[in-house]
Design a protein around this ligand. Sequence first.
Ligand code: HDE
Length: 709
Amino acid sequence: MMEKKPISKKIQDLAVNHAKSDGRAATTDQGLKISHDSNSLRAGSRGPSLLEDFILREKITHFDHERIPERIVHARGSAAHGYFELYEDMSKYTKAGILTDTARTTPVFVRFSTVAGSRGSGDLARDIRGFAVKFYTEEGIFDLVGNNTPVFFIQDAMSFPDLVHSVKPEPNNEIPQAASAHDTFYDFISLATECLHNHMWAMSDRGIPRSLRMMEGFGIHTFRLINSKGKVHFARFHWKPQLGVHSVTWDEAVKINGADPDFHRRDLWDSIEKGQYPSWELGLQLIPEADEHKFDFDLLDATKLIPEELVPVKRIGKMTLNRNPENFFAETEQVAFHPGHLVPGIDFTNDPLLQGRLFSYTDTQLSRLGTPNFHELPINRPLSPVENNQRDAQMRMTINKGRSSYFPNTLGGGCPYLSKIAEGGFDSHAERLEGTKIRERSESFSDHFSQPAMFFRSLKPWEQQHMIDAYTFELGKCITEAIKLRMLWLMNQMSGELAQQVAEGLGLAIPTDIDEPINRNVGADADPKSQQPGPAKNYLDKSFALSQTFLKSETIATRQIAVLLADGFSQKDLMKKKEAWEAEHAFVKLIAPHGGSVRSYTGQEHPVTASIVTTESVLFDALYIPGGEQSIAALKDQGKVFKFINEMIKHCKTIAFDGDATMLHEMSAAKQFPADKAIFINASAADIARSIAHHRNWKREPLTSQIAV
Ligand code: HDE
């Protein structure tokens, strides 16, 4: 178990409005003690209810207004509290306290999300994941509002409503929920070709993560870091997970959404409850201001990543999440992020996507949280004191004292006073600007094919296959043939192999030419061919960090290991394995034909975690079946046992049989894979653990299509 960092009382109180009800009398919202909470006031015990029942009316009125509008995007989210610690003083690059003061422990609140689905949608949608971090710094709030991909779909904020309208359920019938596999989305992205790069990331394994704890995070945009002498470096932010980057298969994702739509939320919650705190290292890619134009792409273009070969990621600190929210609504739902929440030493660039976001986030809080006082909600409050002349508005909680609410003043003693830059006052970077007022995208943003092509080339063969399968599925769900053909034509610009295999799956031929000009992001008066997106250039063949196999982890901590067993199992087999794996902080769960407890043949009772009818193989990372004649005899008669084993094999997971359980090996799909290194018979706990740590044996995958589950 990791050491739990003490978080100060002040922070805890700020984070949660502790409305504890333990040992207190029930009251109305006005503090009146109540003697009934389940009988309304009526004229006779069988008579009509009375309008004067203010207790009933208060309760129902509050209930009627419980919901607030969900986020227009990123509605489905899960969050946790934690802290950030810095390894190395970065004052050469920035004066930001959180990036220079290694003695600090800065509290954070992190909200992960899917983008397209509603608040109640399933966690395993194929989608980009939001990765938003609120730092409660001594200088005020700093929000790093990023995603789990290093690029975004579009280049200019103007297209965001179109992108979102296209991916949301179609407006006539509100179908499909939390899914991009439909006509309107592909109609849009095949015409706005800048989307192709991030879309390819969504079609890769990154679109269906195994856990929110096993994802990278990216600030995406290029930011500016400014040191105390005013010197500027451009920076991109990265979060590198300590548990490696892992995904599930599409077949699992579909099944998990049915078996446990809260799979990611539960996984994050449970691991924190059990003291297994997820952590990420913060990395920076730093570019001297003078090098701004030295790349084959524009640093201001959010659809381009900076390959780590060109600019390495310097790891400078670590974030650990160690406390679950106490109230989902008060914290996870009411938290309000904004890329414009900055601290001295960090500033924007002219990225036109980032510039648009600076307007959007405050605006959306006004309709979601209903008042400009959303910063007073406990979860949004900075730790540093807030003093200004902003006043009133709905739900004001601060009681401002005194006569003056204006600047400058003498009646208030000139307060609140202004801070000099040297004393921490914020100053925007004094960038020299001149230009013609124009609605035009820079020519330097017009290459849309080179980086997605590099991304595809950088993937391992099985990752490429997963992407081919994802495109085949998604386009297979589209109805309009012209849209599918446009997509095939575009994919062919990035990878002939990708396009060819998807075309075969769709039963279509790749069009050699298409009539319509692709890429409509130029204005009505412009020549549509003026900013055509291709052809793909090859300035870097492969970038090693783009395959998610790059970030490895050798631990089985928090991995879910299912043990299938019935009465009469071998206590010796079970305990040898269970104790060894639990010592490495894996979560070992006993699954039996019935609930309650299960008894070994030597008489020991163990509580059953779940009966086999209430759970599914897709909720686990690995399977172990201990010996015991009577146990195996009971298991072999259960159809669900074979579904469990065969799915585990199909999803390339580690599976281990001991003693009499080899009979189940013989009777299941396991026997089709005699040389498979992740299928074990009578093996040691240590060997099995190393296999589980490697997540999946993808080499098995080409042969698993014959397994019918
Ligand atoms: Fe957002 N985005 N976004 N976005 N975004 C929102 O703000 C928006 C963009 C991201 O857990 C909204 O409070 C525009 C890029 C995350 O609460 C909204 C544009 C990136 C979250 C909004 C973008 C993001 C949001 C909806 C194009 C990655 C969830 C509710 C200019 C770098 C934060 C809300 C949370 C949420 C607007 C593009 C990440 C409507 C206009 C690029 C992680 O304001």
